[in-house]
Write a protein that binds this ligand. Structure first.
Ligand SMILES: [Zn+2]
Length: 252
């Protein structure tokens, strides 16, 4: 088709659409994101009106048995058949969180039912304080690949896996540890040969805690205070390695 003819056709289509839209024949209105919130799609941003339509802020913070759709998404990724932890031991948390973009974001997290109420309360207090959390998606979005979700600065809790080289389950495998803003609060361990193992590998500059940068967790941080007051220990206080993103339940 000749270029001019093509352009004319395009222009005609646009004009017809504009006319139809102004007559209400074509509905060009954006689908209200109340629909999104009903389905609780983590990763979306929502307006105050949408939150109100959903039933208000309080309704946006809750722990519930894992819905069927979420459970399906977890299979073969964060959840694998095992004798230690099952669907009934876990809860699905919905929460909102703020980021530096000054917008409300939809988040979700799977945790052990033992800590579900505490984590909901902590996430609510972080929200009320406008504490910045960039992403709160289930690790299944990243095929449960820890390195990938950390590079994306995701915050999460449950992922079934044994500690490498051991039969011991990690606290994440039991849903008893929460990682927050993972790129800026990395894990590292200094090896005997003088090299440093860092997770995520892209976070080398954030291993240095002597300068100020976004999302940094330290002893003055609200996240640190809320988790430690609720019975968690902080990986940033460990001495054999450092895990600045990590809060795990202290068990007797
Ligand atoms: Zn962790």
């Amino acid at each position: 088709m000749k270029k001019t003819k093509k352009l004319w056709m395009l222009a005609t289509i646009v004009c017809v659409q504009v006319v139809f839209a102004s007559c209400g024949i074509i509905d060009n209105t954006v689908i209200p994101d109340t629909v999104v919130l009903k389905e609780w799609q983590a990763g979306q941003t929502v307006s105050a009106d949408v939150v109100e339509a959903f039933g208000g802020i309080d309704k946006c913070f809750a722990a519930e048995p894992i819905p069927d759709g979420v459970w399906e998404r977890m299979q073969g990724k964060t959840y694998k058949e095992n004798p230690y932890i099952g669907r009934g031991d876990l809860r699905h948390i919905r929460a909102l969180h703020w980021d530096y973009d000054n917008q409300m974001h939809v988040g979700e997290m799977i945790v052990n039912r033992e800590i579900a109420d505490r984590v909901v309360s902590i996430l609510r207090q972080l929200f009320d304080a406008k504490y910045p959390i960039q992403r709160m998606l289930l690790p299944d979005v990243y095929d449960a690949d820890d390195e990938t979700q950390m590079r994306d600065n995701n915050s999460s809790c449950f992922c079934y896996r044994a500690i490498a080289g051991s039969t011991k389950l990690s606290k994440h495998a039991r849903g008893l540890a929460v990682d927050i803003n993972t790129l800026y609060n990395p894990y590292y361990k200094d090896r005997e040969d003088g090299t440093r193992f860092i997770q995520p590998a892209t976070a080398a500059e954030y291993c240095d805690r002597t300068w100020d940068f976004p999302y940094k967790i330290d002893h003055d941080d609200l996240c640190f205070r809320l988790f430690t007051e609720a019975g968690f220990e902080w990986g940033g206080d460990w001495t054999s390695c450092k895990d600045f993103q990590h809060f795990e339940l202290i068990e007797e």
